[in-house]
Design a protein around this ligand. Structure first.
Ligand SMILES: Cc1cc2nc3c(=O)[nH]c(=O)nc-3n(C[C@H](O)[C@H](O)[C@H](O)COP(=O)(O)O)c2cc1C
Length: 159
């Protein structure tokens, strides 16, 4: 059995968008969203480097990666940490990553510079403190956020 549970895999597959943190050579943090985040297997995640120069430079310089993925409606998610490997065109893993993205409906495969595979060494849940009251349920949270986003989208549509 790998480190990634079925629920972790479900959430990553559903959300696709995750935030990837690395450390710059000067010690400063670097955090950026990757909508191409996917499960590779029971122990690995991956994302496509399309335009992530600083994340790639930091990984090449030896930075570990932390990935946070959260369902913004349920307000729960997971954090993952591990070492990453960069696979460029010509590598078998690059070709397989592109194929998996294509199979998943991605229209960006022609712009991918590298497939980055993260070996997950640590995995932990993320839960909003809004649940600490013991009364808030996932269904209640989902409905409250659905209403909030619906209002927001209405306002945006009105301009
Ligand atoms: C919602 C969203 C999803 C994104 N997905 C990706 C992605 O999958 N791969 C990628 O290389 N860039 C993606 N980007 C763009 C990078 O996050 C952006 O170019 C960022 O500045 C890269 O920073 P970095 O060089 O520090 O990684 C995405 C941006 C947004 C807003």
């Amino acid at each position: 059995m790998g480190i990634l549970t079925d629920d972790m895999k479900r959430l990553v597959a559903e959300q696709k968008l995750a935030f990837h943190a690395t450390v710059c050579p000067d010690g400063s943090p670097n955090l950026s969203p990757k909508g191409s985040t996917r499960v590779w297997d029971d122990d690995h995640l991956f994302f496509a480097d399309i335009c992530s120069p600083q994340t790639i430079a930091n990984i090449r310089a030896g930075s570990l990666v932390e990935v946070n993925v959260v369902d913004p409606f349920v307000r729960k998610g997971y954090r993952f940490k591990g070492r990453a490997e960069i696979h460029e065109p010509g590598a078998a893993i690059f070709a397989e990553g592109i194929e998996r993205m294509r199979a998943d409906g991605s229209k960006l495969t022609g712009r991918v510079k590298a497939i980055v595979v993260i070996e997950v060494r640590d995995a932990a849940p993320l839960v909003s403190p809004a649940y600490d009251d013991g009364a808030t349920t996932e269904a209640g949270m989902l409905e409250a956020q659905r209403v909030r986003f619906a209002r927001l989208h209405e306002r945006q549509a009105r301009g």
